[in-house]
Design a protein around this ligand. Structure first.
Ligand code: NAD
Length: 488
């Protein structure tokens, strides 16, 4: 068992390099879903705090204390930042497990490592990106250069607090911007620690500010702020739509949104390795307690192999029974809070009442008293019109549907407002390619599910959002393109 003596947390905001309480002194309780304990009180930032953080970010941008450094200098600081994240990995992982409920082994092995890797990668990349000269007539030269967009507001959700922040702050900072980050009120602690480590690494005060608080009180003032040049948001489609409206009705700031998903995972009867497909289907929906935007929550299995597939899947379910997230062997932890747990249980009830067949799970459990836990749950006999096939549950609930041929499954898979991720399992290269092309999703896997690498773009079609995180493409979000004509 990891050291359960909770470390002490500092829940104050970090503005202009200084820890500070909210200007009106308001705080909120940060409770752990592991066992309901109070972790700390966190600054409940509002308009005045957002104004102060944006002013600090603007001042830092204008005097070029960061943007004015050579890319190779920013690179060195970013790499140092990544090293400090890694060096503080145990503390960050324990904090994430306590704050958000994920198993500490994944908090360390996935979240800490991915966040550090992302920050290192953008640091390494920034002095290797060249600008362009346009092929104009030789009487004039047209330089096409990229400049930081300025002050970037970042709003992130609670499910991967460090990774979601890193995907945005890493390219934004590497490109020379100043950042104001609002973490989720449900898991604010690691973002505050990251900002301290950034300062320690040498990112100047004012360049990276963190303002914890609630969406309408802290997030909206940031998205509406007239002195914020870009807002980068990850969260629900409902709030993402409001972010685009706020960007438009304020100063037409650039708005980038990574939103919800209801990803189809399609298994044909000629799947090359049924065991591997079963493991991926079960492991990926239950990973992070199902609280992943790209969770394969709709499983389409060709009718002729569905019974065999489900028999194998049910044998794996006991491995995913929730347990204490602080135990190093735990693979499924706690749901982030009572509100989200109630949402998951409501969806389970809707599955039952709309006629789906409950094959596994479905109940709240209490491996740790006072915590928020639910069993891994599988519904068979789901049809596309049911609520559990249409809406994002954001919990460990798998909806199993069946199909007869490729045209049928593509139609079903695409009949959803989301388009984040998808997978197709078949040994037929033509079918794999045809279905992958026809699926309306930002990422499609063939014969796997969770391939992941910082080098590839991540984002959605349709109502899964606008823009892409990760890869060199992300620099486009945080830079403006300038053309400079030079008469020669
Ligand atoms: P959410 O939309 O409720 O909240 C996300 C963030 O927005 C939080 O920081 C919240 O405080 C803030 N917010 C809420 N209301 C706001 C408002 N009116 N103005 C400004 N900010 C506001 O989402 P959540 O419950 O935190 O996260 C779950 C959602 O995030 C799921 O839909 C999931 O699919 C999505 N998500 C998407 C990706 C992706 O990359 N596509 C990754 C992770 C999570």
């Amino acid at each position: 068992m990891t050291d359960t003596a909770a470390p002490t947390f500092d829940g104050r905001a970090l503005i202009n390099g200084e820890r500070m309480a909210a200007r009106d002194g308001q705080t909120f309780d940060c409770l752990s879903p592991v066992d309901g304990r109070l972790l700390t009180q966190v600054a409940r930032c509002g308009q005045a705090d957002i104004d102060a953080a944006v002013a600090a970010a603007r001042a830092a941008f204008e005097d070029r204390r960061w943007a004015g450094k050579a890319p190779a200098q920013r690179k060195r600081v970013m790499i140092r930042f990544a090293e400090l994240i890694q060096a503080n990995g145990d503390l960050l992982a324990l904090t994430e497990a306590l704050d958000m409920g994920k198993p500490v082994k994944y908090a360390k092995g996935v979240d800490v490592n991915s966040a550090a890797n992302c920050i290192r990668w953008y640091g390494e990349a920034v002095d290797k990106v060249y600008d362009e000269i346009a092929p104009t007539p030789d009487t004039a030269l047209a330089l096409i250069t990229r400049e930081p967009v300025g002050v970037v507001g970042v709003i992130v959700p609670w499910n991967y607090p460090m990774i979601m922040a890193a995907w945005k702050i890493a390219p934004a900072l590497a490109a020379g911007n100043s950042v104001v980050l609002k973490p989720s009120e449900k898991s604010p602690l690691t973002a505050l620690k990251l900002a301290k480590l950034a300062l320690e690494a040498g990112i100047p005060p004012g360049v990276f500010n963190v303002v914890p608080g609630f969406g309408p009180e802290a997030g909206s003032p940031l998205a509406l702020h007239m002195d914020v040049d870009c807002i980068a948001f990850t969260g629900s489609t409902r709030v993402g739509k409001q972010i685009h409206v706020m960007a438009g009705q304020s100063n037409l700031k650039r708005a980038w949104t990574e939103l919800g998903g209801k990803s189809p995972n399609i298994v044909f009867a000629d799947c090359p390795d049924l065991d591997k497909a079963v493991e991926a289907a079960v492991g990926s929906i239950f990973f992070n307690q199902g609280e992943s935007c790209n969770a394969p929550s709709r499983l389409f299995v060709e009718a002729s192999i569905k019974d065999a597939f489900l028999e194998k899947a049910l044998k794996l379910v006991p491995q995913y029974q929730p347990a204490n997230p602080l135990d190093k062997n735990t693979v499924m932890g706690a749901i982030v809070d009572e509100t989200q747990l109630a949402t998951v249980l409501r969806y389970i009830e809707s599955g039952k009442s709309e006629g789906a067949k409950l094959l596994a799970g479905g109940e709240r459990v209490a491996p740790v008293a006072g915590g928020c836990y639910v069993q891994p749950t599988i519904f068979d006999g789901v049809t596309n019109s049911m609520t559990i096939a249409r809406e994002e549950i954001f919990g460990p609930v798998l909806s199993v549907l069946s199909f007869t041929d490729a045209a049928d499954v593509v139609k079903q898979a695409n009949s959803n407002i989301y388009g984040l991720q998808a997978a197709v399992w078949t040994r037929d290269i033509n079918k794999a390619h045809g279905v992958a092309r026809a699926l309306r999703a930002g990422t499609v896997h063939v014969n796997s599910y969770d391939e992941d690498d910082i080098t590839v773009p991540f984002g959605g079609f349709k109502q899964s959002g606008v823009g892409r995180d990760k890869s060199l493409h992300a620099f486009d979000k945080y830079t403006e393109t300038k053309t400079t004509w030079i008469r020669i």
